[in-house]
Design a protein around this ligand. Sequence first.
Ligand code: HEM
Length: 408
Amino acid sequence: YYVDTGMESQTQQPSVREPFLGFFRGDVHSELAGYRERRPVAPLRLPDGRTGWLLTRYDDVREALADPRLVKDGLLSPLGFRPQLPPDIYAATARNMLTVDPPDHTRLRRLLQGAFTARRIEGLTPAITAIADQLIDDLATPGPHDLIEEFALPLPITVISELLGVPAEDRGSFMESASVIVAGPSRFHELPGAMIGMIGYIRDLVATKRRQPGDDLTSALIAERDGGDRLTEDELVSTVYLLLLAGYDTTANLIGNAAWLLLDDRARWDAVRTDPGRLPQAIEEALRHESPVQLGTHRLAVEDVTYGDQVIPAGSTVLLSILAAHRDGRQYAEPGAFEPARERSPHLAFGHGIHHCLGAPLARLEARVALTTLVSRMPELRLVDGFTPRWRASALMHGLEDLLVTSS
Ligand code: HEM
């Protein structure tokens, strides 16, 4: 795929210059800064040959997230192309609150809203603490350990699996499918297989829970489905699919990115170690500074819309870069500096408008518990000598390949 970096041409016609994948493998912040400063509404050549538009300024991204003229479009991928899937698999992945507009969105979101209130989520603190403690127990040797593989990834998958009633022995296989699904173009050829496998698994899970309901969200959704006409079978499967994916890699990236930002400077680590009460603010700043979602949000323009001085024609895919918006100097003082005590500044890490992340209270709680457990149980933790962060080559997500630490 190719992307117009917009550095040379100011015309509306995209020019083919640079491999898309290369763009996401380079220094993504400086690449995105180039767009934000020189071409804030930039045309991109999408893999299917159509033109997409990349927004990188805070004001534009915020406005677009809540713009009713920019709608969801089923299973359109963030880069504007669709994987080839059998129709029944397509139907079972494309119908959830994240992929539809009102009134379906309102109906599907309402079904789950009660399970994700701040109070309900706060009640999960002991369960999440037990999961974090168990993972730290497993890190008993001085290391080196990879905190991504051994802590940041297993924690959210365990939490969401317990919420959905997924048995422990099944988690490994769908962790693998999930990582293919969120990887973006680098593993695009594996995508249909991973989605088919994941949907097959969820259908089996639904069948099991239908026979033997438990005290879990999957069983609650089945009761809604079977007790009325509030959601279809495809919507049920698709909602479980969304919950499994939406809360996994994103939260792992938040935990990994925040742990790295704190460990990277001993004074920061010591500040939260001696006073874990500072963690929530540091987590908000990590959400801004290294946002877990980089280009994951996208919309379809149903009419011509003007952003900046650019008309985006009806029918275009619009890609919104939260990562770029968070480094916009028009919105934040010294946007490139990680300041854990930064005065609360609104960020877009969880989106904005009607699709604002349903799981935000859960993600915040998981990050707080994970980091509190880490600083209290492993106060001597440090990065291995010479550690340099490598970002995963994903168009969708922004997270570290690994985070090598030792407590020796
Ligand atoms: C939506 C980010 C964790 C469930 C979103 C959106 C963003 C986001 C940016 C909006 C997408 C758009 O407008 O197109 C994040 C981040 C997380 C996180 C950064 C972790 C740090 C979670 C968790 C769950 C979850 C833990 C649940 C288990 C959802 C759902 C939606 C959503 C269901 C769709 C809401 C709707 O369309 O009404 N998330 N998320 N997320 N997220 Fe999260």
